[in-house]
Design a binder for this molecule. Structure first.
Ligand code: BES
Ligand code: ZN
Ligand code: ZN
Length: 506
């Protein structure tokens, strides 16, 4: 989706557009009161011009102003714009950047439905709650582009509906330079997230480890980046036996990917981000049941987030060196596949009894972490669709975060809040280590506890040594079972917002 943002000083009643956007806040209290139009974005003035029509419709149709609710009103030539879109922004005290993203997504949706090409609205030059106009414009551009996302690679090209929405006109009294910059930032982030969504939505047969590596090579050509790929022989040479073991039953061989970002100035820190790239997880000989196997092309969402982040770094040039590392493999069944009970020597030297072949993510990441440590990072963050257990711990939308360094975790949580990616910390409870150690080898890979998310993280903690480390389990947040907020059904691109916002603070 390509959008042009224009700034103008035109009059709100005269400006020509297919849709004029105004906002409606929710009144506090239990009772369902009608939402209230704002004075600051022209809503109240337009209502007057239309003889109170907007207010009447809000009351009669029970529009509460809740974030996400909306109503389209035709203006029949009474003002320059053909339609008014009233968008709910929730109660004042709940207002945040995610509210703005949701409004952006509603604009894209309505523009599509009305086959509109232009949308206009007012940018208030003041802060709204604690958010500056630039912050809000970045979030708006993110919401517009994320909400407008479609995955159409496999659809009949002739049958695809053309995108009509082209221009957004922003009426603005203040300085527009910081707003243009914020919109460019938001656009870069949203496009990278849409790229991650594309990778996740692509079926496993077209998104093999080799294809993931090709994407990495393409990204690695950008200025400031370099990329190294190891094939199955290279992986063996590096003694990453856990990755070799998991890929043994696959017709599509594994790849190990290292994209390096070097900042233009001396780096403030060196950070490794490690992504799980299981391009299809059948569960291996712990074969997944029908309900669980269906969406398992999503099991490379951690890798997709790493690629999206690396792709953005040359645009933002943060002052930090970043090693983007991906272990890419399938987890399949074959006469050559590993069997439950097999013991493998990891790259770190620790021996692992494979008590469950479906707990493969932690195995390939363990070897990838050991490789990453060789680059002597100050911090290491891994991102993975690691455990279905997050669903029971935190539900459908949360990313679970665990780690050994509270400062790093707090920074990531704060970046996730700004980025609208719900993230919640779980305890790295050492008592659950016992289950991981009950094995004929140094460790087994399941942990023998109901605290599946925690024992997954504990398993990884055995490989990070003293390095400051955080683990993001995106098993649920990476995939939307139903459309929500600004995420269409399917891959969400989870983690890319959080990580890039975290890195941009350097
Ligand atoms: N890829 C799955 C986790 C997953 C589940 C991702 C649902 C996305 C949606 C992972 O490899 C897995 O199967 N984990 C097991 C671990 C268990 C065997 C310890 C799980 O969560 O059941
Ligand atoms: Zn699995
Ligand atoms: Zn998996």
């Amino acid at each position: 989706m390509k959008l042009d943002f224009e700034f103008t000083k035109e009059d709100i009643t005269k400006i020509k557009a297919d849709i004029f956007i105004i906002e409606c806040r929710k009144m506090p209290g239990e009772k369902k009161k009608p939402g209230q139009l704002l004075r600051t974005d022209g809503g109240a003035a337009l209502d007057k011009k239309l003889g109170g029509l907007i207010g009447r419709i809000i009351t009669e149709e029970g529009l509460t102003g809740e974030a996400g609710c909306y109503k389209v009103i035709q203006t029949h030539g009474k003002i320059g714009a053909k339609n008014i879109l009233v968008a709910g922004i929730g109660e004042d005290r709940e207002f945040d950047l995610d509210t703005v993203r949701i409004v952006g997504a509603r604009i894209s949706k309505v523009a599509g439905e009305l086959k509109a090409s232009s949308v206009a609205g007012v940018v208030q030059p003041e802060k709204v709650e604690k958010f500056t106009p630039a912050e809000r414009m970045q979030a708006l551009s993110e919401g517009l582009i994320l909400g407008g996302y479609r995955f159409e690679r496999y659809k009949d090209k002739k049958a695809i509906e053309k995108q009509t929405f082209k221009t957004i006109k922003l009426i603005c009294r203040g300085d527009t330079a910081p707003l243009s910059k914020a919109i460019a930032t938001g656009t870069t982030i949203a496009e990278a997230i849409n790229y991650a969504r594309d990778l996740v939505n692509t079926p496993g047969d077209d998104m093999t480890p080799e294809v993931v590596a090709k994407e990495a090579l393409k990204i690695g050509k950008k200025k400031g980046l370099s990329c190294t790929i190891l094939d199955e022989k290279g992986i063996k040479r590096e003694r990453m036996n856990l990755i070799s073991a998991i890929s043994k039953g696959s017709a599509n061989p594994p790849r190990f990917i290292h994209i390096k970002y070097t900042p233009p100035r001396k780096a403030g820190a060196r950070i490794a981000i490690v992504g799980k790239g299981i391009t299809f997880d059948s569960g291996g000989y712990h074969l997944k049941p029908i309900k669980h196997i269906e969406n398992m092309k999503c099991d490379m969402a951690g890798a997709a987030a790493v690629l999206a982040v690396m792709k953005m770094l040359p645009s933002f040039k943060p002052n930090v060196a970043v090693d983007g590392i991906i272990a890419a493999s399938e987890n399949m069944i074959d006469g050559k596949s590993i069997k439950p009970g097999d013991v493998i020597i990891s790259r770190s030297g620790k021996t692992i009894e494979i008590s469950n072949v479906d707990a493969e993510g932690r195995l390939i990441i363990a070897d990838a972490i050991d490789y990453a440590l060789q680059k002597k990072p100050d911090m290491l963050i891994d991102i993975a669709t690691l455990t279905g257990g997050v669903l029971y711990a935190l539900g459908e939308i949360y990313t679970a975060i665990l780690g050994n360094d509270q400062k790093l975790i707090d920074k990531l949580i704060s970046a996730s809040k700004e980025g609208g990616e719900p993230t919640w910390q779980l305890p790295l409870e050492k008592k659950y280590l016992k289950g991981l150690k009950e094995a004929i080898a140094d460790l087994n890979n399941t942990g023998k506890t109901y605290a599946i998310v925690i024992s997954g993280a504990l398993f990884l903690s055995e490989f990070v040594g003293k390095t400051r480390w955080a683990h993001l389990d995106i098993a649920e947040s990476a995939w939307a079972k139903e459309e929500r907020d600004y995420h269409p059904k399917g891959g969400t691109g989870a983690g890319a917002q959080t990580l890039i916002r975290f890195l941009m603070k350097y």
